[in-house]
Ligand binder design. Sequence first.
Ligand SMILES: NC(=O)c1ccc[n+]([C@@H]2O[C@H](COP(=O)([O-])OP(=O)(O)OC[C@H]3O[C@@H](n4cnc5c(N)ncnc54)[C@H](OP(=O)(O)O)[C@@H]3O)[C@@H](O)[C@H]2O)c1
Length: 258
Amino acid sequence: MATVKACNILITGANRGLGLETVKQLLEDSCPKRHIFATCRNPDGPKSEALRELAKKHPSVITIIRLDADDPCSIKESAKKVGSLLGNNGLNLLVNNAGILARGTIQTSSVESMKNTFSTNVIGPLLIIQEYLPYLKKAAKASGTPGMSCSKAAVINISTVGGSISTMPSLFKKFPVLPYCVSKAGFNMLTVLASEELKADEILCMALHPGWVKTELGGEKAPLEPKESVEGMLRVIGSLTEQQHGGFMDYTGKTIPW
Ligand SMILES: NC(=O)c1ccc[n+]([C@@H]2O[C@H](COP(=O)([O-])OP(=O)(O)OC[C@H]3O[C@@H](n4cnc5c(N)ncnc54)[C@H](OP(=O)(O)O)[C@@H]3O)[C@@H](O)[C@H]2O)c1
């Protein structure tokens, strides 16, 4: 059961995997004024069918918005649309969840896989934060409460322990996914620098590792089900204060070293 109290929430990559599970669990709690902007790159495609069904059942809570993290124009367009739907309200919680994995080692990683992972996993989230910042600032100002929380204004970056420079070397043999790890290390730095820049506006910013989870990206061998991972992440997100601003934690609330 989610314990997140944020009203207006935007999630990227919400059509499947952890993003879709997050939307499902956010529907379960009784937050009366909640609105979820569930974004995905192809709202009409076959991979978005489950999200379309969910939105049909909860039309007053879910709005599906097209957002391709790989396409700056679509990010801009999405922000315009969400801004017009928000009206005078701000955006309380932005979850940068969309991500891609590419395999490779020093000897085998291609230019294409490095460029693709950087575009989706680093540049996309940067542009998304830029475009949605005015709405996050609006929410932070409107809250009238001191400090930081996800019900006020927050950016949660769904990263991975694979982007931890101090942890990944011991896992590399088991997970030879260099382009993914290098891009997520960049994403982690983006999180730290965003937290530095957004501190003055009291917008909470941190990175979260979901665990190794059975999704298309995580694969069949993963020990965790999406339900357990997302339950944990929402518990962590709901409990965040300025103490965790600029930090890196996993779905159980354990701190991960950079
Ligand atoms: N599963 C794990 O074990 C694990 C572990 C650590 C971290 N993570 C992180 O958790 C996040 C979610 O992963 P997941 O396991 O749910 O993976 P997933 O099942 O493969 O889902 C990935 C999601 O990202 C979307 N996406 C990919 N490229 C996109 C783009 N250019 N624009 C917009 N959306 C895009 C996909 O949409 P399409 O349907 O359009 O492809 C899909 O909704 C990722 O950031 C991943 O790095 C996962």
